[in-house]
Structure formats: structure tokens, C-alpha cells
Design a protein. Structure first.
Length: 152
């Protein structure tokens, strides 16, 4: 079996799992794990910055919320369509807000965007909040995916 055949079989398996509803539970669990890892990383970075703004706590608090919603969404179809999208939307929105705040923080550094090469490296991480939005986005996708039936 060649590499192309193995890749094709892998893609077919993923598509079959999406069609049959098996992927929803997996993606809900990945959202839960991603929420915990992201919140821990954000805590460390914001702690390094001394939590200079109270808004810095929001993504840290949303981590456990996303974890609970992700696990609940994997276990319960009802939670997958209620808790998971609400928590995921909040996580995504907070990531977009964080991106705005990080862009503003870079602009407020001495030299602002004129010294972008230095300020992007030394200022607030530009792309980190977008990664948080991706975790929220995974939860939103999991919430709209079809659920595996009990018979399957």
C-alpha cells in the first residue's frame, strides 16, 4: 500500500466518522483539553505581566468553563447543543477581544508599530489570543456536528 492509498483511507475514515456522528464527541473532548492547556498557558503569561489589567483574568476563568462544557458535551447530547456552544462562543469572543487588546498593547509600546519587529517580539503575544479563539471555534463546530446514534 502506497502513501497515497494510506492518506486516502485516512481521509475516508475521518469523513465517515463525521458523517456517522462519531467526530462530535472527539471534538468536544479536544475542546475540553484545549481549554485547560490554553488557560494554563495564559495564566503563566498573564502572571508574568503581573495581571496588570483585570480583563487578563477572563481567559483564565474561561478555561475551566470550556473544560466542563467540553466534557459535558462529549457525555450528553443536550449539553453538546446548549452548554458547549455558549462556552465556546464566550471563549471565541474573548480570544477576539484579546487579539484587539494585544494589538493595542503593541501599539502602546515605545515606537509602536513603527518598531513592529521589536515590539511584536517583546510585547504581548500577537497570535496567542487567536489560538484561544481556535479552541472556542472547535467547540462551536462540535456543537453543530451530528451526534452518533445509540444504534451505531
Amino acid at each position: 500500500m502506497g502513501t497515497t492509498d494510506a492518506l486516502r483511507e485516512g481521509v475516508d475514515l475521518v469523513l465517515r466518522n463525521v458523517r456517522t456522528g462519531r467526530f462530535q464527541r472527539s471534538l468536544a473532548l479536544v475542546t475540553a483539553v484545549g481549554s485547560v492547556i490554553t488557560a494554563a498557558e495564559i495564566y503563566l503569561e498573564h502572571d508574568r505581566a503581573g495581571f496588570g489589567n483585570r480583563v487578563m483574568w477572563w481567559p483564565v476563568w474561561l478555561g475551566p468553563v470550556g473544560a466542563v462544557a467540553g466534557v459535558a458535551g462529549a457525555v450528553s447530547p443536550r449539553a453538546a447543543h446548549t452548554m458547549l456552544p455558549l462556552a465556546s462562543a464566550a471563549i471565541t469572543a474573548n480570544g477576539v477581544q484579546g487579539t484587539y487588546l494585544h494589538v493595542r498593547g503593541i501599539a502602546e509600546k515605545p515606537g509602536g508599530w513603527a518598531m513592529a519587529r521589536y515590539n511584536v517580539e517583546m510585547g504581548p503575544p500577537l497570535f496567542a489570543p487567536l489560538l484561544m479563539s481556535m479552541v472556542g471555534g472547535m467547540g462551536l463546530v462540535a456543537a453543530i456536528l451530528r451526534r452518533e446514534s445509540r444504534d451505531a
